[in-house]
Design a protein around this ligand. Sequence first.
Ligand SMILES: NC(=O)c1ccc[n+]([C@@H]2O[C@H](COP(=O)([O-])OP(=O)(O)OC[C@H]3O[C@@H](n4cnc5c(N)ncnc54)[C@H](O)[C@@H]3O)[C@@H](O)[C@H]2O)c1
Length: 252
Amino acid sequence: MRRFEGRTAIVTGAGGAIGAAIARRLGSEGAGLVLADLDDATVDATATQLCEAYAIDVVTVSGDLSDAAVAQAVADAARERFDRIDVLVNNAGGGVILPTEEQTEATLQATLDRNIWTVLRTTLATLPTMREAGYGRIVMIGADSVRNGLDRHAVYNAAKGGVHAFAAGLAREYARAGITVNTVAPCATATPELAAIVARSPEVGEAFTRVIPMGRPAALEEVASAVAFLASDEASFITGQVLGVNGGSTMN
Ligand SMILES: NC(=O)c1ccc[n+]([C@@H]2O[C@H](COP(=O)([O-])OP(=O)(O)OC[C@H]3O[C@@H](n4cnc5c(N)ncnc54)[C@H](O)[C@@H]3O)[C@@H](O)[C@H]2O)c1
């Protein structure tokens, strides 16, 4: 499939595990990419791999996306290189997973900055271009834990729940503007971080997978393929939805 030929996609947090998998999937289907991350080394590594693998045009921007100027630089980079922004994947984030009473001022702030402010800033920087074009696909990476609760995830859920709610509000506001807004909500996903958690404390890792009927974490590619569908023209009549990629953890 080459669903993104001639399209431009921004993927935030593209230096991380899920973000790199999403970038790979969109790039493998022909998208020009703007990859953003706090960490310049990892995002540059993702870009180099994808340029070599798929002969696509890739731009990187590094910086803290909770800063409006950095988010604006991402949107500007897309317009300068590609003169369009078709897809925005708001993937940057990550929890500070702790029992609620062990959260500190710093971990509370980091959780909100990473998960909420990055999404607000990047979306606001991107929307004008999509609105002018009358076309856009915004996909949030939310979390299944928003719907099923999950041990130690309360503060993270407070932030990710805001992302789910922001997506719903935007979906309605832009429904007639050609812009769809959806959320992919993964359960525990097979990232190096999950492997480290399981190695440190097997009982915590076990608690994360116990709630998954399929009995295993999501593969990175399983999250990426759901994102690619919602980011494609095939999902043209789907907006304001939360797609759980969760092995049956929640059922509608
Ligand atoms: N891994 C899981 O089990 C899981 C489950 C549900 C949801 N998620 C969500 O999926 C997304 C990706 O998670 P991951 O597991 O790949 O984590 P990760 O830590 O590997 O990747 C997250 C990336 O986001 C970047 N980032 C964080 N804050 C940023 C900021 N302020 N500005 C710019 N970049 C920033 C990080 O540098 C990192 O590269 C996150 O939003 C996470 O909350 C993950």
